[in-house]
Design a protein around this ligand. Structure first.
Ligand SMILES: [Zn+2]
Length: 67
């Protein structure tokens, strides 16, 4: 089962299997979190859609104070 992860710093997204903790390869020491996005949705999205998703995810996260 693949799981989608997103970096709360740069919005970089990736999908991995069976990983509980994942750190962003760009932002050292930043632990990536799992958004409410299924892997099947993620693979249907193109680069532009992923970028849009990451941007709105970061925006919501920032503006709800959920750190
Ligand atoms: Zn990052």
């Amino acid at each position: 089962m693949m799981k989608v992860f997103i970096c709360p710093e740069c919005g970089g997204m990736t999908a991995v299997s069976r990983r509980k903790q994942l750190f962003c390869h760009k932002c050292s020491g930043v632990q990536m979190v799992s958004p409410r996005l299924t892997y099947s949705k993620y693979i249907e999205m193109d680069g532009r859609q992923r970028k849009d998703y990451a941007e709105s995810w970061l925006y919501i996260r920032k503006h709800t104070g959920n750190h």
